[in-house]
Design a binder for this molecule. Sequence first.
Ligand SMILES: CC(C)(COP(=O)(O)OP(=O)(O)OC[C@H]1O[C@@H](n2cnc3c(N)ncnc32)[C@H](O)[C@@H]1OP(=O)(O)O)[C@@H](O)C(=O)NCCC(=O)NCCS
Length: 144
Amino acid sequence: MEESITIDPTRCSYEVDNNGYKYMSIIVNCSLGPLYKKVIFDLSNDEQMGHIQGILNDHNDKNPFIGFINQLYIRQNFRKKGFGTELMKHLCADFKQLGVEEIRLLVEKNNQPAIDLYEKFGFKKNGERGEKNNYLLMIRKQKD
Ligand SMILES: CC(C)(COP(=O)(O)OP(=O)(O)OC[C@H]1O[C@@H](n2cnc3c(N)ncnc32)[C@H](O)[C@@H]1OP(=O)(O)O)[C@@H](O)C(=O)NCCC(=O)NCCS
């Protein structure tokens, strides 16, 4: 089946937090499911600091409703300042609002900074993945 991606401009929004950071949220319809993307900017100069992206799976009665985090990136100069944590908080909150029961992600086994960050959010290691077993599957069950 051919991949199809469409951006609905009415599903693009901005919010500004108390620290003067601007978040742009975009919801994209793609054939795998709705894609949620958040980009964080420094409001003082509109510089992009990083982004996070998540996707929702098709769910049915048998499977839990799963949200996947498939991208998290903070630009080098802005790392270790809490922005990765902020973006994680935002996407996890969006997923919760949407009724997601379980969040999953894949992370390279040697990416300790990211693993530490995910563990702080309650993600647990759930086995190895990838051709060379070089990725970890991490899962967080959403609490009520
Ligand atoms: C992983 C990444 C998103 C973290 O973003 P960040 O904004 O620097 O993270 P934060 O400042 O919010 O840090 C939160 C926690 O992550 C962990 N962490 C982040 N950077 C770390 C580092 N260099 N070494 C060890 N732990 C680190 C720490 O536990 C940290 O908590 P602490 O500040 O209390 O020690 C960022 O390093 C990055 O973009 N890396 C490249 C892309 C990538 O690897 N993405 C993940 C793909 S799965």
